[in-house]
Write a protein that binds this ligand. Sequence first.
Ligand SMILES: C[S@@+](CC[C@H](N)C(=O)[O-])C[C@H]1O[C@@H](n2cnc3c(N)ncnc32)[C@H](O)[C@@H]1O
Length: 222
Amino acid sequence: MTDTWNSPDKFNREASQWDENPQRRAVALEVAKAIIAATNPRDTTHALEFGCGTGLVTMEIAPLVKTLSAVDTSSAMLSVLQEKIKTSGLSSIETICTDLSSPSDTFAAEKTFELIYGSMTLHHIDDTAGFLIRISRLLSPGGMLALADLEQEDGMFHDDPLEKVHHGFDHGVLAAMLKAAGLETILFETIYTFNKTNKSGATAAYPVFLVTARKPIVSLTV
Ligand SMILES: C[S@@+](CC[C@H](N)C(=O)[O-])C[C@H]1O[C@@H](n2cnc3c(N)ncnc32)[C@H](O)[C@@H]1O
């Protein structure tokens, strides 16, 4: 097997046990709290989460917004979320299995969202700059993008040697990409730090940032 970016197979295999990891649940809860505080979602907001997984963040945000499009490339992760939707009775969430980073994606072609967010997913997407341009086009004027991910790390975080990922993100580099995608008011905050025994066997602290950026009301086409 060769090295791959985002293997849905891996997430399909992990889906049924995903929520059993208390660290994942804790990160997701802190991310949801930070997104809510920074973006103030309302009952008129159409929101989209890319890489929603089993919906750990989605289930916190959905009760606050009008609609939530929960997008992932792994059908098994989405199946876990679909069970949660059934149990909760929340009818405002739709699940979509597609890769928004792919030029062949057609899901969002004619839609816009006041809020687009992702949690711990950006590092799985190969072409960060191109992806940010694609999803920024889906923001309505004045809409907000909120991205939670790992601060730049030394490459020891992910255990799977075959999985290609970015090793976290440098604020300056990511800010420049967000600006190039036509966004403004770019703000970073460190929202949570957790410990993980990493690939080298050492326990290290991993800070998670949230960056928010706004699409101007009147914007130049990027
Ligand atoms: C680390 S998990 C995070 C899941 C969830 N956001 C959470 O906080 O628990 C990354 C998720 O992103 C999905 N993913 C990776 N690349 C993707 C892409 N290009 N488009 C949509 N989803 C993607 C994976 O299938 C996986 O469910």
